[in-house]
Design a protein around this ligand. Structure first.
Ligand code: NAD
Length: 355
């Protein structure tokens, strides 16, 4: 059987009217559908002829497609409401933290969302939590390691098989192990670089392949690759160079991918949040940074976690930490703005300003 990754996104565009449809995978067996196809080199031409013939004969749009030996898909109309209605999105690291919050807002705004995370338990919990709230769109969990090319390729292939294509890839998964030159081991440096820097390359590589196919069949269909970067991608971070270096590098990738992909109407941008003090990285009662910094005496005079938090909040002109909603507002801007790409957008409450 041919790979479905270039076929389904092309079919998705061919069966869409004004709004782009979804191809929802329903069964492994290729039962009789409105459009029944057999694998061949000319499958897309064959599909186009059959769609035209079906519409001429019935005066209706086809409701289903089957491909012999591959499966049966329902042609579904997008959710009726929402700023991102009908979009197919992947969020890496979507099980918790910023990624979890982004999943909540994407679902609220009508997108279909794939939660791609190493953590199966939390990822499945997150998918169940949002699926209980919405009926017009769905969330799917796919176990993924962003630092492994095969895993990311399978993530994109499975997304395409389940939903028909890909419109928004949010490269959010990231890890932080702080340490100065005396403490940082080559192994930790390598691990963080593989997840935070190389992982973004792998995500952009496999996501853009599908997005290019869609654009070649529908030239006005814009798609987005968004990297959740950090304020540490804009300014060096003391005893945290592995993280900052990977994030700086991410902005170099963003600018370069943007130049390569804009001809395909794929926009590529980084969003650079400030510290998410209420998220697990900072607030986890056992391993969070507040507890670690209190124990290490990093904040002079601090006696409680609240003292440490107040110290860090005091460094933000807006007087508080960054939230998933703050990040989401930047995502809306990037997705809705067709006339911009290759940017690194700070969302830091004024803590970091562009030069
Ligand atoms: N928390 C902050 O203060 C802050 C500030 C600025 C930027 N960021 C960035 O935001 C992003 C999310 O951070 P967070 O604080 O929400 O993190 P988090 O630790 O709360 O969540 C990260 C998620 O990524 C998953 N993950 C880790 N490695 C993975 C891998 N190899 N493949 C797939 N999934 C993996 C984890 O299982 C987890 O669910 C990161 O890129 C981080 O650098 C965070």
């Amino acid at each position: 059987m041919q790979s479905l990754s270039p076929i389904l996104p092309a079919l998705r565009m061919l069966v869409s009217q004004e709004q782009v449809s979804l191809l929802k995978f329903k069964a492994e067996n290729s039962d009789k559908a409105d459009i029944s196809l057999a694998p061949s080199e000319n499958i897309i031409d064959d599909a186009q002829n059959k769609i035209n013939e079906f519409q001429n004969r019935t005066n209706q749009l086809p409701q289903s497609i089957s491909i012999e030996g591959a499966g049966f898909w329902e042609i579904a109309q997008p959710a009726p409401q929402g700023r991102l209605a009908g979009k197919i999105a992947i969020v890496t690291g979507g099980a918790q933290g910023f990624g979890g919050g982004i999943v909540d807002y994407l679902m609220q705004e009508g997108a279909n969302v794939v939660i791609a995370d190493l953590n199966e338990e939390k990822g499945k919990e997150k998918a169940a939590e949002v699926n209980a709230l919405y009926s017009e769109n769905e969330a799917i969990f796919i176990a993924t390691n962003v630092s492994d090319s095969t895993s990311v390729e399978q993530l994109v292939a499975e997304t395409v098989k389940q939903l028909g294509g890909l419109d928004l890839f949010i490269s959010n998964a990231g890890i932080l192990r702080a340490g100065g030159l005396d403490e940082m081991t080559p192994e930790t440096f390598e691990l963080m670089t593989k997840v935070n820097y190389s992982g973004y390359f792998l995500c952009a590589k496999h996501a853009s392949a599908v997005m290019k196919v869609q654009n070649s069949y529908r030239p006005n269909h814009y798609t987005d690759i968004i990297q959740i970067n950090s304020k540490s991608g804009l300014k060096g971070s003391n005893k945290n160079f592995t993280y900052a270096g990977g994030k700086f590098g991410g902005i170099g990738l963003t600018q370069s991918f943007a130049l390569e992909l804009m001809p395909h109407r794929i926009k590529v941008n980084s969003i650079c949040p400030g510290n998410f003090f209420d998220g697990p990285l900072w607030a986890d009662p056992e391993n969070g940074l507040f507890v670690q910094y209190l124990k290490a005496g990093k904040v002079p005079g601090a006696k409680t976690i609240d003292d440490v938090k107040a110290y860090y909040e005091g460094q933000v002109p807006a007087g508080r930490g960054c939230t998933p909603l703050d990040v989401m507002r930047a995502i809306y801007y990037v997705v809705e703005q067709e006339y911009e790409t290759g940017q690194a957008i700070p969302v830091t409450g004024g803590q970091e300003m562009l030069k």
